[in-house]
Design a protein around this ligand. Structure first.
Ligand SMILES: *[C@@H]1O[C@H](CO)[C@@H](O)[C@H](O)[C@H]1NC(C)=O
Ligand SMILES: *[C@@H]1O[C@H](CO)[C@@H](O)[C@H](O)[C@H]1NC(C)=O
Ligand SMILES: *[C@@H]1O[C@H](CO)[C@@H](O)[C@H](O)[C@H]1NC(C)=O
Ligand SMILES: *[C@@H]1O[C@H](CO)[C@@H](O)[C@H](O)[C@H]1NC(C)=O
Ligand SMILES: *[C@@H]1O[C@H](CO)[C@@H](O)[C@H](O)[C@H]1NC(C)=O
Ligand SMILES: *[C@@H]1O[C@H](CO)[C@@H](O)[C@H](O)[C@H]1NC(C)=O
Ligand SMILES: *[C@@H]1O[C@H](CO)[C@@H](O)[C@H](O)[C@H]1NC(C)=O
Length: 451
């Protein structure tokens, strides 16, 4: 009797234990006595994200990652041990004695650590429904580390990338090396700290500009016409008091919208399409060679509808005609007449020889924009008056090479070279290029026929 009873008790205990283990692995929290093994995973409270070990396509390496918990599985949105793959399934994720999240290999060597320097006693990690993995001090609940501060290649909603213009501190994104290798690839994305200039988002290739989204006009980016879509309200670039610029996308939607940087440096705006029951791409950023930074060199302009795609700005000619004609546009263009006669507005007869401006319609404005001081009644004036005001400001300053007006940014002006101008078929803004009085008449005709 006693024996039977004992057996059923142990069966019961075993059953309960299985149940609790099973239950344990379904929780969203990692505690020091519950390591996550290679075959385990946790799911966020609302079911949106999953954390566990995975192997990328065509790879036998194991990585710890976080990905959307959907039936159509995307490559992981976040990867912990990007640079230190596990060669087998012996890895575990656990909380170390000093309170850090760590990945241990089969030899109990630390492959990756959350690296919080002041050790945190009694910490636990939780996978939130936003996709953020947070490490908390259990007694106070203070977050001491979070995966959102260490992005991989994906900007999830409520995630921020940022640049502090005073300290230079940055949170950036970086592409995977290839679809089967999540280690840091050639491309990275972040906010360019340009004091005096308007803030821009850049993609760098091995540290040099690869493309830029263009100045931010408080609603969307001048460089991506599609941003003026239904999703635009989620885009936000804000400045903190301490000089940090943040960019994030957060709007009320259950479409799992996010941005991802591809291994070729493109940005995809991806969402869950409920009708198709699969992922969809809303837009991608790099569509033609014209998106490549400085494709046509200084004082050149790019139009993907033209052949060749590059031409010099009105009043300019190729710096190196031989290279230019071979389709090597990197050295750009120079002024045809050595310098623009810079006549200052003056009531005297000299005023007749004032420089003029030629208009390039619907373009991505050049890099290195300065914002001119706003008109006192900026916003209150009609758009035409605002453009006239910008024109006047530019005309009065001999170092002003071009100006533009956008209702979000106000007047923009350029005093260095004019680089990375792209013609859009729609969207963008109108750019006004300063030309010498002597060239004006001829150029108006020329530019009408060409651009
Ligand atoms: C995986 O390997 C197969 C066979 O070599 C290849 O056809 C496929 O394109 C690869 N997939 C990726 C994403 O690299
Ligand atoms: C942790 O910090 C050490 C020393 O600062 C550094 O060498 C190591 O790369 C860091 N590890 C991670 C995963 O950030
Ligand atoms: C850790 O938590 C346990 C139970 O909550 C508590 O008994 C213990 O004192 C804590 N240790 C530290 C160092 O706070
Ligand atoms: C998400 O949104 C779609 C369409 O907007 C709706 O049909 C669906 O019920 C929503 N799902 C949830 C889980 O809220
Ligand atoms: C393009 O031209 C520049 C000089 O204008 C030269 O230095 C460079 O090597 C050329 N690039 C190619 C690919 O020919
Ligand atoms: C305007 O013209 C007058 C007469 O030619 C000249 O004396 C004056 O310096 C000019 N003003 C400016 C700002 O150039
Ligand atoms: C002309 O513009 C440059 C650059 O914006 C500025 O540094 C300079 O002070 C301006 N000059 C005048 C006379 O306004």
């Amino acid at each position: 009797m006693g024996l039977v009873r004992n057996t059923s008790m142990s069966v019961l205990v075993l059953f309960l234990c299985c149940f609790c283990l099973d239950f344990g692995s379904a929780l969203d929290t990692i505690k020091s006595f519950q390591p996550i093994k290679d075959s385990d995973y946790i799911i966020s409270n609302g079911g949106a994200f999953k954390l566990g070990f995975f192997s990328p396509v065509n790879s036998t390496n194991h990585y710890l990652g976080i990905w959307y918990n959907k039936k159509s599985v995307l490559p992981a949105q976040w990867v912990a041990n990007r640079e230190k793959p596990l060669k087998d399934s012996s890895g575990v994720l656990t909380i170390s004695e000093d309170g850090n999240l760590v990945i241990l290999d089969g030899q109990k060597e630390i492959l990756w650590s959350s690296n919080v320097t002041n050790s945190v006693a009694n910490s636990s990690a939780q996978l939130l429904d936003s996709g953020n993995l947070v490490l908390r001090e259990s007694t106070t609940g203070t977050i001491v580390w979070e995966s959102f501060q260490h992005p991989s290649d994906t900007l999830l909603q409520r995630m921020k990338f940022s640049t502090n213009v005073r300290t230079g501190e940055k949170v950036q994104f970086s592409s995977w090396k290839s679809p089967s290798d999540p280690s840091i690839g050639s491309f990275s994305a972040g906010i360019q700290p340009q004091t005096q200039s308007l803030v821009q988002i850049f993609i760098w290739k091995d540290g040099s500009p690869f493309w830029r989204i263009g100045p931010w006009n408080s609603r969307s980016s001048i460089g991506i016409p599609e941003m003026n879509s239904i999703y635009r309200d989620g885009f936000c670039l804000t400045e903190d008091q301490d000089g940090t610029y943040y960019f994030s996308c957060s709007y009320v939607s259950n479409s799992s919208f996010h941005y991802v940087m591809t291994t070729e440096g493109d940005i995809l705006a991806r969402y869950w399409d409920f009708e198709k029951d699969d992922w969809g791409i809303l837009w991608n950023a790099v569509k033609s060679e014209c998106d490549v930074y400085g494709m046509c060199g200084a004082f050149g302009r790019c139009n993907s509808q033209n052949s060749p795609i590059c031409s010099c700005l009105p009043g300019f000619e190729p710096k190196n005609t031989k290279e230019w004609n071979r389709g090597n546009w990197t050295s750009g263009c120079v002024r045809r007449t050595p310098s623009s006669q810079c006549a200052v507005v003056n009531s005297s007869i000299e005023a007749v020889k004032m420089d003029g401006f030629l208009k390039l319609k619907t373009v991505k404005v050049p890099d290195f924009a300065d914002s001119l001081p706003a008109h006192e009644s900026f916003g209150g004036l009609s758009s035409t008056n605002n453009v006239d005001y910008c024109r006047q400001q530019c005309l009065e300053n001999c170092s002003c090479l071009a100006y533009a007006y956008d209702s979000g940014t106000g007047c923009m002006s350029w005093t260095r070279s004019l680089i990375d101008i792209q013609k859009f078929s729609s969207g963008g803004v109108d750019l006004y290029i300063r030309v010498a009085y002597s060239e004006l008449g001829e150029l108006v005709l020329l530019s009408l026929s060409r651009f």
